[in-house]
Design a protein around this ligand. Structure first.
Ligand SMILES: Nc1ncnc2c1ncn2[C@@H]1O[C@H](COP(=O)(O)OP(=O)(O)OP(=O)(O)O)[C@@H](O)[C@H]1O
Ligand SMILES: [Mg+2]
Length: 379
């Protein structure tokens, strides 16, 4: 029997990338154009499961096609150290004749007039910058460059991010062929960009990833099914595509479960109708539970109040339901938007940022209501 081609796993490259070809093209052009091109410093933001990690992989693939070298990291403490080691290894690969670095650790700059010694930055960063320069020499000589991708820039590794930003900025100023692509949740990213030391990152080209168009979803589902030896009926395809809501994680979940429910090589409406609820259930466990676990009890109460509505919620009405002032409610609202769970739709209105979260909360609300009370009582 044909193997299931769908990839409902965080970070897994999908069988077909839906709705992001313009971005890939823009990145590719920038790689071709070299130093100064806007896409060489890029930042992907969006809610969980929207495909941020996948876009970093795509950027890496685009770089590889141009003969570039890519170093991929996650923004957790120790990132600069790990990047530094990866740079050394890449240098050995690219130029085996390169002599090992003469350690410039502990370098002291000349005494400046007045007798004040300017202290050197931490030795790792100095060494790393030096090694990056050495790696870029042979890469540039052959007409390519270096891409660094950093995922989860929302997590707490601010010192590492500062060192990274300073290092890359330095190389950019020297017109070296270096690119930096980063990804993170919108909230934490805006926090980060307000940090003065990270001003440089504010110049990054922002790609805010959104849901993808349903007709693209349908095309991709059909093509993936056919490329893997099956067919799908039109009504089944329509049912499956619309159940994804254009949300990338859900494209993989629906594809995967609809494929599983098919009894033969033809995917029928019955298979689609059986696969969709299975996909929704997994979405709850994989995405909603994690997203809700990251929030405080008060924030979850706000979401529960929103779940009473059929569509977008009035923020004034939510405050009334919660029995708090609109001002107080607006602080939860800001936190939820920052966390990528809620989106503002128009002035005074918000909606859920991920599909089926409303349904999930209605079904599992009682559990979160209890947890919310506990948290409220203790804080
Ligand atoms: N453009 C796309 N087309 C089809 N499937 C996609 C697309 N982008 C992502 N996916 C799929 O969606 C799922 C989630 O993608 P990914 O892990 O990149 O999201 P993320 O935004 O990094 O999430 P998180 O914030 O949790 O890290 C994966 O299964 C991936 O294969
Ligand atoms: Mg990710």
């Amino acid at each position: 029997m044909a193997r299931n081609p769908f990839r409902p796993t965080a970070g897994a490259t999908p069988p077909q990338l839906v709705g992001r070809h313009d971005i890939v093209e823009e990145l590719t052009e920038s790689l071709e154009d070299g130093p100064g091109a806007p896409g060489l410093l890029s930042l992907f933001t969006g809610p969980r499961g929207i495909g941020k990690t996948v876009m970093l992989t795509e950027a890496g693939d685009a770089a590889l096609r141009q003969g570039w070298v890519t170093l991929s990291e996650t923004a957790t403490p120790g990132m600069v150290m790990r990047l530094s080691h990866a740079t050394t290894r890449a240098l050995e690969d690219v130029d085996p004749s390169a002599t090992p670095r003469r350690s410039i650790t502990g370098l002291t700059l000349p005494v400046v007039g007045g007798g004040i010694t300017v202290s050197a930055p931490p030795s790792t960063v100095v060494d790393w910058r030096y090694d990056l320069g050495r790696l870029l020499d042979p890469l540039e000589a052959r007409g390519s460059g270096l891409l660094i991708t950093v995922d989860e820039v929302h997590s707490a590794a601010r010192d590492d991010l500062r060192d990274l930003a300073a290092t890359v900025q330095h190389l950019v100023r020297e017109e070296r062929t270096i690119a930096l692509a980063m990804a993170g949740l919108p909230s934490s990213v805006s926090d980060l960009l307000n940090d003065d030391v990270l001003t440089f990152l504010r110049r990054a080209t922002r790609f805010h990833l959104d849901d993808v168009p349903l007709d693209h979803v349908a095309d991709a589902l059909r093509e993936t099914v056919i490329a893997n030896g099956r067919t799908i009926d039109d009504d089944a395809l329509a049912e499956a595509a619309s159940a994804t809501g254009g949300y990338p994680f859900m494209i993989q979940l629906v594809g995967y479960h609809v494929w599983r429910k098919a009894t033969g090589d033809r995917i029928t409406l019955a298979a689609a109708r059986a696969g969709v609820p299975a996909a929704q259930k997994r979405l709850g466990a994989l995405v909603h539970e994690t997203a809700l676990a990251d929030l405080s009890g008060v924030d979850r109460t706000y979401l529960l109040a929103m779940a009473h509505d059929e569509a977008e919620s009035s923020t004034g009405e939510i405050a009334r339901r919660l029995g708090v002032t609109p001002y107080y409610a607006s602080t939860y609202r800001a936190r939820l938007i920052a966390a990528g769970v809620v989106v503002p739709t128009r002035h005074g209105f918000v909606d859920f940022a991920v599909p089926y979260l409303r349904e999930y909360l209605r079904e599992h609300g009682a559990r979160y209501e209890m947890a919310g009370r506990r948290t409220d009582g203790s804080s």
